[in-house]
Write a protein that binds this ligand. Structure first.
Ligand SMILES: *Cc1c(COP(=O)(O)O)cnc(C)c1O
Length: 409
């Protein structure tokens, strides 16, 4: 049996043996950046991906970008010009989103444990605040009363179902996220008594899903749940955020998600909803799917050594910059991200190597026993699928190396 391989890397082109990012050869880009390691995000790849999603989603469904996936300001600026809303989960992300041209009401602040200071800033900004608990609602009401600003809120609902076969489940069962569906009617009454306007619901089930059938089911279940909650409270729903959960292929054997059937099924599932709430704004939110494939992480080979017959390429980058590629960001069994020698893309001589970083820990692995072009000191190791949950999901202080630069090309 053949070993499963990584899905084809179609996002970037290769010219004269060298990977191209935004039309710039990697070696030249490395010179431009001036130091390694670095992250590079390709602008046209992000644009193309948004176009792809829009092409396959119903035309009346809005698209939000989750800033958490990649909060680099230049990336968020670029995405703000392409999508209909930005989802943020901290005061820092809120500031980043407010610096863009996105209207504040289309900036949605979700996440557990919002502090009074964060609620106050979001209120003053005019952002939509996604309420995650009764306690949070009470604190927001007090802050709103004191400042005389009418808040705009939506309820984050913890559904009574789960997203099947998902990389990360964030709804269903007991969760710190959102308000349990069965508690929503009582909370809506409280909101009404406070005189606060509730625009609608936010139902996010999970992340990194590569199974269209599971996503179709979750979207249909979310719409049905929102309808039930709206009926119970006689709430004229103006906004419905359905989450998304779209995944990208990282590991050998995984295939790119086919979003066409998801868009078609969503169109059908919204038929009654559109009739009942013709003016409502239905949105999907996603981070990883929009930017994950547009980014690479680049490290330079510092040393090449052989230990008991195994070749080790030691680079200047590793888990402190890219925790996910090292296999330590939620993975149960370590698997290799797609990796290549970026300045030897067409090399015929290949060998099995292990690529490690400079940290004194056995966890600092970028590729384990992977077949790569024969590489030497000075060559550039590229980790693909690195545009989301890269730098800001990594323990950059560990071992006190300098932080990598990030560029948009
Ligand atoms: C993390 C998160 C997202 C983004 O998930 P992706 O897998 O990057 O698409 C969306 N919504 C909420 C509420 C989240 O917490």
């Amino acid at each position: 049996m053949n070993k499963p391989s990584h899905a084809q890397q179609s996002t970037f082109t290769v010219s004269e043996n060298c990977l191209q990012i935004g039309g710039v050869a990697l070696t030249r880009l490395a010179q431009r950046v001036g130091s390694t390691p670095f992250y590079a995000y390709e602008r046209t790849a992000m644009t193309r991906r948004v176009q792809h999603v829009r092409q396959h989603l119903p035309a009346d469904v809005c698209l939000h970008y989750s800033v958490k996936a990649n909060p680099m300001p230049a990336v968020v600026q670029h995405m703000a010009g392409l999508v209909d809303g930005l989802d943020v989960a901290s005061a820092g992300e809120l500031r980043c989103a407010l610096d863009t041209s996105m209207p504040a009401r289309h900036i949605c602040f979700a996440g557990p444990g919002k502090t009074d200071a964060e609620l106050s800033q979001a209120l003053a900004a005019g952002a939509t605040i996604h309420i995650e608990s009764g306690g949070e609602l009470g604190r927001l009401d007090r802050i709103a009363q004191a400042s005389g600003i009418a808040p705009q809120v939506a309820l984050r609902v913890n559904p009574d179902f789960e997203l099947r076969s998902s990389g990360m489940k964030m709804g269903g069962g007991a969760k710190p996220f959102g308000i349990d569906a069965e508690q929503v009617p009582a909370l809506l009454q409280e909101i009404r008594a406070m005189g606060i306007a509730c625009t609608g619901f936010h139902i996010f089930c999970g992340s990194q899903n590569l199974h269209p059938a599971a996503l179709v089911e979750a979207h249909a279940d979310s719409i049905a749940l929102a309808q039930r909650l709206a009926d119970t409270a006689a709430l004229p729903v103006a906004t419905l955020n359905l989450g998304a959960g779209f995944g990208i292929p990282y590991f050998p054997g995984e295939q790119a998600l086919d979003i066409r059937p998801i868009g078609e099924a969503l169109d059908g599932a919204l038929t009654d909803w559109r009739r009942n709430f013709p003016a409502s704004r239905v949105a999907l939110e996603m981070g990883r799917y929009l930017v994950g494939e547009a980014g690479i992480y680049v490290a330079r080979i510092i040393d090449r050594k052989i230990s008991r017959g195994q070749v080790f390429l030691v680079t200047d980058g590793g888990m402190h910059h890219h925790l996910a590629a090292s296999g330590n960001f939620g993975q149960v069994i370590r698997k290799n991200y797609p990796v290549a020698i970026g300045n030897k893309m067409a090399a015929e001589q290949r060998e099995a190597v292990t690529v490690v970083g400079p940290l004194c820990t056995p966890l600092d692995i970028l590729a384990s026993e992977m077949e790569l072009a024969c590489a030497a000191v000075g060559d550039l190791v590229v980790v693909f699928q690195s545009g989301a949950y890269g730098l800001t999901a990594s323990p950059t202080e560990f071992l006190s190396h300098a932080a990598p630069l990030q560029v948009v090309v």
